[in-house]
Design a protein around this ligand. Structure first.
Ligand SMILES: Cc1cc2nc3c(=O)[nH]c(=O)nc-3n(C[C@H](O)[C@H](O)[C@H](O)COP(=O)(O)OP(=O)(O)OC[C@H]3O[C@@H](n4cnc5c(N)ncnc54)[C@H](O)[C@@H]3O)c2cc1C
Length: 257
């Protein structure tokens, strides 16, 4: 397992019966860019069982954090959900992914649009100084079915603005918009509809999305990505990649198997 590090679980938090997060030690040699994902998992019957996971923790922290779904009968997560402090997980030594600030052309506002565990990569991007140097406003939108699935909401609203390193940026430049589809909440509705109708922009007090000025990162279910990609292309935005920066970038939060 020369391409894998073994890390120790430091804490575990269960948000709901289908969602949990955990922190681990970090090998000092493990380097990544905010927004990337790595292969992580468990050793099962002497062999690594690995899945892609976005890094929730920013790259300056000395521990790693992950946000995980619990899939009933899922090969990895049916086991991973039982992690306890002191257990080991394995982490691939290479991180990768397209949700990088460098893959976007310059703009004024940065929209980070995620559903479910698609919030994970944005948790590191909202704690990156560069996000606030490159953009005037960073708009973090997290869509879930139920309010209990809005992981990290309290931390974003109360802890982040107080942080000694990035708190000032967050207080002045981060707009956080959690939205729920299946129960009463202060913001209701699916992200594609909130964006297309202009309700999201009206609620947070900024002009409607504009390809000349705004840049977008997407991370969510295949259906979410398909509908938003179509909308962004209709309004004239071009997708960016490692080889050429564009006006929006996309990462899958998971694949259907
Ligand atoms: C680039 C990338 C980044 C990812 N980042 C994360 C992450 O940060 N956190 C995370 O929990 N998962 C993430 N995933 C999904 C992850 O790789 C696994 O699929 C997930 O951990 C379930 O593993 P499993 O072996 O239990 O089930 P799998 O056999 O991998 O999946 C079984 C089924 O569960 C559903 N499913 C899987 N993952 C999710 C999910 N996250 N949300 C909703 N439904 C899901 C799908 O329908 C899938 O067909 C990511 C996937 C990709 C491609």
């Amino acid at each position: 397992m020369s391409n894998l590090n073994r890390e120790t679980v430091l804490s575990v938090h269960h948000w709901t019966d289908t969602l949990f997060s955990f922190t681990t030690t970090r090998d000092p040699g493990f380097r990544f860019q905010n927004g990337q994902f790595a292969m992580i998992g468990l050793e099962v019957e002497g062999r690594p069982l690995l899945r892609a996971y976005s890094l929730v923790s920013p790259n300056f922290e000395d521990k790693l954090e992950f946000l995980s779904i619990k899939v009933k009968d899922g090969p990895l997560t049916s086991r991973l959900q039982h992690l306890a402090v002191g257990d080991n997980i394995i982490v691939g030594r290479k991180a990768t992914g397209t949700l990088l600030l460098d893959n976007l052309t310059p703009g004024r506002n940065l929209y980070l649009l995620g559903t479910g565990t698609g919030l994970a990569p944005f948790m590191s991007i909202v704690r990156d100084h560069e996000s606030y140097e490159k953009f005037e406003k960073v708009i973090l939108v997290h869509g879930c079915r139920k309010a209990g699935e809005l992981a990290y909401a309290d931390r974003i609203l109360t802890e982040f603005p107080q942080d000694e390193f990035f708190g000032e940026h967050i207080s002045r430049q981060l707009l956080y918009y959690p939205t729920v589809t299946r129960e009463p909440f202060r913001n209701r509705g699916r992200i594609p509809e909130l964006l297309e109708s202009g309700k999201l922009a009206a609620d947070i007090g900024i002009p409607q999305i504009d390809p000349r000025r705004d840049r977008v990162m997407l991370c969510g279910s295949p259906a979410f990505l398909a509908s938003l990609r179509a909308f962004l292309e209709i309004i004239g935005m071009e997708e960016g990649s490692q080889s050429e920066a564009g006006q929006f970038v996309v990462e899958k939060a998971f694949v259907e198997r």
